[in-house]
Design a protein around this ligand. Structure first.
Ligand SMILES: Nc1ncnc2c1ncn2[C@@H]1O[C@H](COP(=O)(O)OP(=O)(O)OP(=O)(O)O)[C@@H](O)[C@H]1O
Ligand SMILES: [Mg+2]
Length: 264
């Protein structure tokens, strides 16, 4: 999957060199952070499009905010907005549990995309404190154990405070993408180090980011390609979502010992 193009090379030579990660054993979890308007959601849409189009992962979406940018997904069984977002996380966690219990190792990756995690948590807390704890613990467990089962989380949050994750599970994101201008405090929090003290992101535009990828040499600066028509991109995502099995169907397939869970 292409995260974006190397910003430095682009600025110097106008050549697009992709910065990529391959979903699977080493790269399951993605953290997208950045202030409002920095380009998280639009970039996430492009990432989901690639995962589905390249058959790298099935994708399920929990969007409590019910963002305008995902309007074309409304009605898809793989997309849940508002209150239904809780059920989507629970269902995905159920699938994770079934896969683990049955000691399966699906060939295909399964990803849950969670929009605006902080808002989701605050909303849950406002409804019932237990709900927030439950959400954090389900997400924490998938972050801790999902990688080996080809199960991952792509999570969007404006500020990735440690308190938004259960017991150190924030450290489990193998790919951290920090969009737009970011405070020095956020950098350090996310594991960016020394060379960034000068905070190069201070003049980043929407869709420009710093990326930290486990086992890759250094921090990379990227530009997500300009997406001219957000609506068309979202409709493409919808097209693929409609073709994939629902979580309920996958759970049933696991129970019945079918191979559908493994194959595309
Ligand atoms: N790759 C891109 N191509 C074109 N426009 C972009 C791109 N990334 C961001 N933008 C512009 O920036 C705007 C804000 O992007 P986006 O909605 O993704 O931000 P966000 O970080 O999700 O904000 P919030 O936290 O408020 O949800 C978009 O509506 C679009 O106009
Ligand atoms: Mg957004």
């Amino acid at each position: 999957m292409i995260l974006g193009y190397d910003r430095e090379i682009w600025k110097e030579f106008t050549v697009k060199v992709p910065v990529t990660v391959t979903l699977g054993k080493n790269y399951s979890h993605f953290l997208l952070t950045g202030k409002s308007g920095s380009g998280k959601s639009l970039s996430a849409n492009w990432y989901m499009y690639q995962m589905l189009h390249n058959r790298e992962s099935r994708v399920y979406i929990a969007d409590y905010k019910a963002g305008e940018e995902y309007e074309a997904l409304e009605g898809s069984p793989s997309y849940a907005s508002g209150e239904d977002a809780f059920q989507m996380v629970k269902d995905f966690y159920g699938l994770f549990q079934e896969i683990r219990k049955n000691r399966l190792h699906p060939q295909i990756h399964h990803t849950i995309y969670i929009e605006e995690w902080y808002g989701f948590l605050s909303y849950a807390e406002g409804k019932d404190k237990k709900l927030k704890t439950e959400l954090m613990s389900m997400v924490g467990e998938i972050l801790a154990v999902g990688r080996g089962l080809n199960i991952g989380i792509m999570l969007c949050v404006q500020r990735a405070d440690a308190s938004h994750f259960s017991a150190g599970t924030r450290e489990q994101f193998q790919t951290v993408i920090c969009f737009g201008r970011c405070s020095a405090e956020q950098f350090r929090m996310l594991g960016f180090h020394g060379e960034l003290e000068s905070n190069p992101s201070s003049n980043y535009k929407a869709g420009e980011a710093l990326v930290l990828i486990d086992c890759q040499d250094s921090v990379r600066e990227i530009i997500v390609p300009f997406i001219e028509n957000e609506d068309v991109l979202c409709k493409q995502v919808r097209h693929y979502l409609d073709k994939q099995p629902t979580i309920a169907e996958l759970i049933q397939a696991v129970a019945e010992g079918e191979s559908r869970i493994s194959s595309v």
